[in-house]
Design a protein around this ligand. Sequence first.
Ligand SMILES: Nc1ncnc2c1ncn2[C@@H]1O[C@H](COP(=O)(O)OP(=O)(O)OP(=O)(O)O)[C@@H](O)[C@H]1O
Length: 263
Amino acid sequence: MFSRLSSTSTPSSSTSLPDQALLSTEQLSVQFGQRPILKDINLVLQPGRIVTLIGPNGSGKSALVKTLVGAIKPAAGRIIRSPALKIGYVPQRLHLDATLPMTVRRFVNLPHRHASRDITEALEQAGAEHLLNAAMNHLSGGQLQRVLLARALLSRPTLLLLDEATQGLDHRGVAEFYQRIEQIRQRSQCAVLMVSHDLHVVMRTADHVICLNGHICCEGQPEQVASSPHYHALFGDQVASTLAFYRHQHVGHHDEERLHHAG
Ligand SMILES: Nc1ncnc2c1ncn2[C@@H]1O[C@H](COP(=O)(O)OP(=O)(O)OP(=O)(O)O)[C@@H](O)[C@H]1O
């Protein structure tokens, strides 16, 4: 699913995208001021696949997602987008003005109004159908995440980008959320790129894992990453072993994917 890219075609071209790919990056680098955050990120996102970005705090996961969304301008490299790419973005946080009351119905109609039927369907898919008339600033963390997911689904995305969408959820909430994402993926065949700290769930649900620490340290199928020395070095042997165990218990299909070690 992932491959290193060597194409040098012009930035406006999408012809250098690998077959069927929705998005790829070439030598993408990001910096804040003079400070390098991400260096030489090469990735390819294919339809219908769940890719998880893991890495320690401050390793650049959110920065990468925001760059893919277009909210951060890369310092170098480029992003190649397929004409079929339609991003649904679920942010890490949402800052709402507590003095400005707003219902879920109104929120999901921003910035564009949607047909009631579509709103109902999106809320159902996200498990938030009962929240239509709730006040946004009365939602629990888990309810808010589901509403944000519903809003992202309303754009009928071909790529769902989730930035730590399960932050603050309890174990059950996390498991339910990932189950929901899996159902959405199966139903709509959208690609999913998610940032996650829920390492044990990552190992069960992802098709491909990218381990980030300013650059791609290692990537591949979850069990490949779990046995990578780079991954052990980043997360510590104890955590890493737990993951390997989880994966062993829940191991699924085996695609031919390469584990890339960039050090
Ligand atoms: N707007 C900004 N201006 C300057 N530095 C920033 C900005 N946003 C993030 N950073 C820095 O960039 C680095 C990467 O941040 P990022 O939020 O991408 O990390 P992360 O891997 O998502 O972390 P976490 O797991 O804690 O969410 C951090 O050192 C952070 O302090």
